[in-house]
Structure formats: C-alpha cells, structure tokens
Design a protein around this ligand. Sequence first.
Ligand SMILES: Nc1ncnc2c1ncn2[C@@H]1O[C@H](COP(=O)(O)OP(=O)(O)OP(=O)(O)O)[C@@H](O)[C@H]1O
Ligand SMILES: [Mg+2]
Length: 137
Amino acid sequence: MHIIVHNEQELDAVAQTILAQYANQRVFGFFGEMGAGKTTLIKALCRALGVVSVPTSPTFALVNEYLRHSGDPVYHFDFYRIEEMDEARQIGFEEYLYSGHYCFIEWTEKVESLLQESYTRVEMSIDAMHCRIINLI
Ligand SMILES: Nc1ncnc2c1ncn2[C@@H]1O[C@H](COP(=O)(O)OP(=O)(O)OP(=O)(O)O)[C@@H](O)[C@H]1O
Ligand SMILES: [Mg+2]
C-alpha cells in the first residue's frame, strides 16, 4: 500500500485506513530518517486504536506502553539509542512481539534480525513538497 500524506490533519484517516487494511497484523516496523514522521503516525495509530492513556513506561525507556479503551496494551518501541541488539532482548522485546498486542517499532533496522515472524514494514520518507510518503509492505 502506498499513501501520500499532505499534512498532519490527514493522519487520523490514514491511520484508520492502515489498521483496516492490515487488520490481522499486530507488529509494525517503521523505517525512515529522523523527522520522517514515524512517531507522529504512531500517535495517530494509537488514537485510532482508542488509546486512552499515554503513560510512558517508568521501567524501560525503550518501550512505552499505552492502554486502549478495551484495556489492551499497545507497545511503542524506539530503538534509536540502542547500541546492541542485546539491549532490546533485555527488555523482553521478543515476548512483546509474541504477545498478540499491537507493537509499533521505531528504528526497526536496529533489531531487524529479532523480527523473524512476519511483520508489516512501514517505510516513510519526505518528498520535495514536504509530503510524507508511506509505503507499507
Ligand atoms: N504527515 C506529516 N505532515 C507534516 N508534518 C509532519 C507529518 N508527520 C510528522 N510531521 C512533523 O515532522 C516532525 C518530525 O516528526 P516525528 O517526530 O514524528 O518524526 P520521527 O520519524 O519520529 O523522527 P525520529 O527518528 O527523530 O524519532 C514533527 O515536527 C512533526 O510535526
Ligand atoms: Mg520518533
């Protein structure tokens, strides 16, 4: 799926579209340079999932846990700062992946070999007109 996003206001509709199109997928790995819009899209996805609270995990800086209306958690990882894949293993990254709950991962390239199971690649870039290009694979 290929989406062009002209401004942030469009992201709520984009998030709905993505979740509907990939209704069976729970793990989404985001790729894209700094500022591409990964966090902003993940926040829209969380809104679309009915996230009611936005507490950051006090225990592990690499993962934020949000709660949906339903009580189900949504996990948001940001591996920008990790130097070794072991740091992801140590927070139990693989257990989160197999939890059956939504997992949104920033800087997926840092942990890609831990993602053996199928996951949805979300590749983001910025075009000359500052639009965000999103490719889902
Ligand atoms: N679809 C969009 N249209 C216009 N501006 C956007 C869009 N998405 C994000 N932005 C803006 O781009 C900036 C960077 O966005 P964001 O923090 O989501 O990037 P990121 O990919 O998560 O970066 P990092 O790799 O540093 O975590 C923010 O100021 C945000 O408001
Ligand atoms: Mg970010």
